[in-house]
Write a protein that binds this ligand. Structure first.
Ligand code: FES
Length: 255
């Protein structure tokens, strides 16, 4: 695991919806090393509080430009501070951290919801244009601005919404069993709310399709030193920051 600390320059920010932003930063070393599934720990330099760094999954890289992107929801003090930074401001970033996704799938199906769709975007980029399919779920059509990013990157985009305002009405589980039964996919990659990941992992187990999950836990150090992210795996304790955040579904005992 690389522990590079890079002083990154903010290239710019983009508003994705009322509570979500995309930030692009210039940090050539991390942009060059990061693989899909890894995360970085970010601290805004011009502000000393909050003291702890915050982890964000990498949402995409542009190695030629030396930049990478993060997507985040503005929900606490740290992300409010981050939302205020402008082009040219500096961030102290540790990374890339953690273990990335297995990239050996021939036909990958990505399944995500909420901010889980950010690391999956980097995964779709890693597989290459037209290689993966994506199934995304949200409460309503307004949450699925993600389609703008996935269309043209993934081959097929399947949508579900709780209220039926876009795609199939229901959760991703309204569509997933049929996709698994098609026999098209040799691996499913899921990232999103815990009930979604659990349901997807169980459906994959039943259908005998490999499944990787990207877990989200509170992380204080992000380096395997503090145990704040520890949870029960099958037969052993696992640290999400160091042993993951990506795991094979059968490795996870506690979600
Ligand atoms: Fe400290 Fe994982 S965040 S051990």
């Amino acid at each position: 695991m690389s522990k590079t600390i890079e002083l990154a320059k903010v290239v710019g920010q983009q508003v994705l919806n009322s509570s979500t932003k995309l930030i692009e930063v210039y940090a050539p070393k991390i942009a060059n090393e990061a693989v899909p599934g890894q995360f970085v720990n970010v601290k805004v330099c011009k502000n000393t509080a909050p003291l702890l760094r915050r982890p964000f999954g990498v949402a995409g890289v542009n190695r030629e430009a030396g930049t990478f992107t993060l997507m985040y929801r503005i929900i606490g003090e740290a992300t409010h501070i981050l939302a205020e930074v402008c082009s040219g401001d500096e961030l102290s970033i540790v990374g890339p951290l953690g273990k990335g996704f297995d990239m050996s799938a021939k036909k990958p199906l990505l399944v995500g919801g909420g901010l889980g769709l950010a690391p999956l975007l980097f995964l779709a980029q890693g597989f290459g244009v037209g290689k993966s399919d994506i199934l995304m779920g949200g409460r309503s059509a307004s949450e699925l601005f993600w389609t703008d990013f996935y269309e043209g990157l993934s081959e097929k985009v399947f949508l579900t919404t709780d209220d039926g305002t876009a795609g199939t009405k229901g959760t991703v589980m309204a569509v997933l069993p049929e996709l698994l039964a098609s026999g098209v996919y040799d691996c499913v990659y899921v990232c999103g709310p815990v009930p979604m990941m659990k349901a997807v992992a169980n459906a994959c187990l039943e259908a005998n399709v490999k499944c990787q999950v990207s877990l989200e836990k509170y992380m204080a150090c992000g380096l395997g030193a503090c145990l704040s992210c520890a949870c029960e795996g099958i037969g052993k304790r696992i640290k999400v920051c160091k042993d993951g955040p990506v795991f094979w579904a059968e490795e996870v005992g506690e979600w």
